[in-house]
Design a binder for this molecule. Structure first.
Ligand code: GAL
Length: 807
């Protein structure tokens, strides 16, 4: 939050109360109950702090649907909170705001129903003033009821996003009450238009003061107006504006204040950016007139072992890991994201497509959004846009993913209706959609109702469509859907689902659903079709649920995905569930980044295969790579010229015929020692990486991503835990059970290892190494400064210790 010094006269005082976090001291019970009444006996309920995901602790069980993570999501759950409201608040308007509740929230205050909001991903607010007992204890009760077969992925369950209580004067700025646009921007000046929505305007003589402050907290422009209507239009200008750009995401803050007799009675901050976006037919997406080739990923909302419960640092870390891979764009598949994600993308310069729905009227799962669509879609879509339209990172609104209406003759009507709603709420941004049928949505005219057409898994149709419809703006809204398991290599290389291991090889032959392509094909098609805005690979991080290629993909509609239990989380991403990179991470990095890099795979522990040929792959963004085995050169390969056959069976290619210009490969007889790759540009070495044959496991290494965290009860340190030999080499097949003890100013938030088949609880104090590694997530405690001491022990290994600071 920005600190603001108000240049005020003597008389001016602050009377407003900032919105207050309402996350602490809730009580929770998962049971079929009627617990709405004030005096319901909740003394034996569990004490919880929000955001809270009741399903993430498990246990995993095959009786739950593997498609939604094999976790106990479904069923009724209740939250209650006792709170006092002082007597002198009786002239305030009191409301409660939820950033989302999973799902079908019913909210009571002191036994009286104040509202219902079924869609789990949408934010909402209820005015509860009329139900409050001033000067007394109050009870808020929330009932949630996620149903089985209501999602195609892990939705999480509970009050999984932040909750706030607001004490406002009668006249105050409405929820999401500012709408900021920048209709004219030049190097000299930006013209800023603001619409401010005021609640309770009629009763007062109040004024609205609108101020723009820059990133150094300096006031740039300000204006004060009488509040005469519920919507106030303001125009301000910023001289020599700093642009928001992906590589320099400059943010201004709009401060809106309601003044009553020179007292500030309400205050609302809206960070915003000054930038232009254009979506062009030939030159892709232009941000401030410059092309931004979208190197994007689709992301589900869960945070791996932390579940769906929102955490700022965990979200920020995801974005940082993605940016390091070269990602500059995120599609929030297939639902409105947490507000935190958009704040982070604003700050880090990542552009976002915000998506509303995975279903319209036609359902993909029995209890999906189709049941809510008729009654709620307009409200949900408008609210999504109202909440998110000031974010400079947001570049398009997606009205749907693979909606089944694509095949319907009349499907265009709904498409137009939804696209019109978006334009009505925000004429400054384009609408889009992700189609996975071809050519139905073009024949049925759906494609002509949105501004920009997203193709899910039709890379070869980018050219064909362009030829047929030269004015159509296209991009890959979902691409690749390749799968793999971190650190697992199956020899010989093949594109097969290996039922015995339940894992997928990181040689990255194309294993996935029938529509999957290797990343290489997607890269090539983007290069061959420069009119395309870019691609959004499925997915950036592995997520809970949808364990393709294991589990019921052939009868995936409506059913359970437990055929290949215990597989219960995704294999799709180049980054595992805990944030550890798979080899494919470096394939994307070699295509999407410029800082010189080189990567080599597989590991170099092939005992018993001495003398046998082992395939070696290298990924680089340089020109050439030379491979050395125990210091001896195995020859140089030239990127783009020396191609690698990718074993694959996918749309429009014959099995095994795709020759990738994006990977370099050798085949060398195995001898233990060192595998080393050296990358060259213009004949000069620019990067080098090696992997050694590891000896027996001798130590546990603890590597925190941050040594210092904030003592706010939310901040996290992600500690990569690895099993190493005497020399410090990763033991690539180590599977030790490691026990953790965390003492002092912190606690264990979660543990995980990225194995989609692991059934150990994320909320326990032990985890098994998967391919030699795992993640321990440590959380600070509110107000507790000092050292957090971490101990890790495993049978046969010396105890490892690490200390991080919390303050
Ligand atoms: C797409 C779908 C995604 C995911 C993906 C897996 O068709 O939009 O949600 O299921 O397939 O390949």
């Amino acid at each position: 939050m920005v600190c603001l010094l108000i240049a005020c006269g003597e008389k001016e005082q602050n009377k407003y109360l900032p919105d207050q976090a309402f996350n602490e001291e809730w009580l929770f019970k998962k049971a079929e109950l009627e617990a709405q009444n004030f005096d319901f006996d909740d003394h034996n309920w569990d004490a919880v702090t929000l955001p809270h995901d009741w399903a993430i602790a498990g246990p995993f069980d095959r009786q739950h649907n593997a498609r939604t993570g094999g976790l106990p999501v479904t069923g009724m759950g209740w939250y209650r909170k006792h709170f006092d409201v002082p007597a002198d608040m009786n002239n305030k308007r009191i409301s409660i705001e939820f950033d989302g509740a999973m799902n079908d929230a019913y909210v009571w205050v002191n036994g009286q129903l104040v509202g219902n909001r079924p869609f789990g991903y949408i934010g909402f607010e209820f005015d509860i003033t009329d139900h409050i007992r001033f000067g007394k204890e109050n009870v808020i009760a929330v009932r949630l009821n996620p149903k089985d077969l209501s999602s195609r992925w892990y939705p999480g369950a509970g009050l999984y996003r932040n909750v706030r209580i607001k004490y406002n004067e009668t006249t105050h700025i409405a929820q999401w009450g500012t709408y900021i646009t920048t209709p004219e921007i030049s190097d000299e000046q930006a013209h800023i238009k603001i619409e401010t929505k005021i609640n309770g305007s009629k009763a007062t003589e109040a004024q609205l003061r609108t101020t723009i402050i820059d990133a150094q907290d300096q006031t740039i422009a300000t204006q004060t107006q009488a509040i005469t209507t519920a919507i106030i239009d303001t125009e301000l200008s910023v001289k020599s504006p700093n642009r928001w750009q992906p590589d320099a995401p400059y943010l201004y803050t709009l401060v809106s204040e309601v003044l009553d007799d020179d007292q500030v009675i309400d205050r609302y901050e809206s960070p915003f950016g000054i930038r232009t976006i254009e979506v062009t037919v030939n030159d892709g997406l232009l941000v401030n007139g410059e092309r931004l080739q979208l190197n994007g990923v689709c992301m589900h909302h869960d945070l791996g072992p932390l579940g769906a419960a929102v955490n700022y640092r965990a979200t920020e870390r995801q974005v940082e890991i993605l940016q390091n891979m070269g990602v500059n764009a995120i599609r929030t598949s297939h639902n409105p994201p947490s507000p935190e994600l958009l704040d982070i993308c604003d700050k880090k310069g990542v552009v976002v497509i915000v998506e509303a729905f995975d279903e319209w009227q036609m359902g993909k799962v029995e209890n999906g959004y189709n049941l809510l669509f008729d009654e709620w879609h307009e409200r949900d879509l408008r609210d999504m846009i109202k909440r998110d339209r000031n974010h400079p990172s947001v570049v398009m609104w997606s009205i749907g993913n693979e909606i089944l209406e694509q095949s319907q003759k009349d499907g265009w009507k709904l498409t137009k209706h939804l696209s019109d709603i978006c334009h009505d709420e925000d004429p400054s941004r384009k609408t889009t959609i992700g189609f996975n049928y071809y050519p139905a949505p073009y024949k049925n005219q759906l494609a002509f109702q949105v501004d920009v057409v997203g193709l899910n898994y039709w890379p070869l149709q980018l050219k064909e469509l362009r030829e047929q419809y030269p004015d159509m703006i296209l991009y890959g809204s979902e691409t690749s859907s390749q799968t793999s398991s971190r650190g697992i290599y199956h020899l010989p290389i093949q594109a097969d689902v290996v039922k015995e291991t339940g894992q997928v090889s990181s040689y990255d032959g194309t294993v996935g659903p029938p529509w999957a392509y290797p990343p290489d094909v997607e890269f090539e098609q983007q290069e061959l079709n420069p009119h395309s805005l870019g691609e959004f690979m499925w997915t950036g991080f592995d997520y809970l649920g949808e364990p393709t290629p294991y589990g019921g993909r052939d009868n995936s509609t409506n059913g359970y995905w437990n055929d290949d239990w215990p597989s219960h989380s995704s294999y799709f991403a180049p980054i595992d569930l805990t944030g550890l990179p798979k080899d494919r991470y470096y394939l994307y990095q070699s295509q999407w980044t410029e800082t010189p890099m080189v990567h080599v795979l597989p590991h170099w522990n092939w005992e018993g295969k001495e003398g046998e040929e082992i395939p070696i792959y290298a990924y680089t963004n340089a020109q050439e790579v030379e491979l050395f085995v125990n210091g001896k050169s195995m020859g140089k390969k030239v990127k783009g010229k020396d191609k690698t056959p990718i074993p694959a069976e996918f749309h429009f290619f014959e099995k095994g015929t795709y020759m990738s210009p994006y990977r370099l490969s050798w085949s060398v007889p195995y001898e233990p020692g060192t595998l080393e790759v050296v990358a060259y540009k213009d004949g000069k070495e620019v990067a080098r990486k090696s992997v050694n044959t590891a000896g027996t496991a001798a130590q546990i290494q603890l590597s925190p991503d941050r040594q210092e965290i904030t003592a706010d009860g939310k901040d996290l340190s992600f500690i990569t835990v690895s099993v190493r030999d005497e020399e410090g080499n990763l033991v690539p097949d180590a599977s030790h059970m490691i026990h953790f003890e965390v003492d002092g100013a912190g606690k264990i938030a979660a543990v995980g290892n990225g194995d989609p088949r692991c059934l150990l609880s994320f909320k326990g104090d032990k985890m098994e190494a998967f391919s030699g590694q795992m993640m321990l997530i440590v959380q600070s405690q509110n107000g507790k400064n000092g050292e957090i001491k971490i101990k890790a022990s495993a049978e046969g290994l010396p105890m490892a210790e690490s200390t991080i600071q919390s303050f």
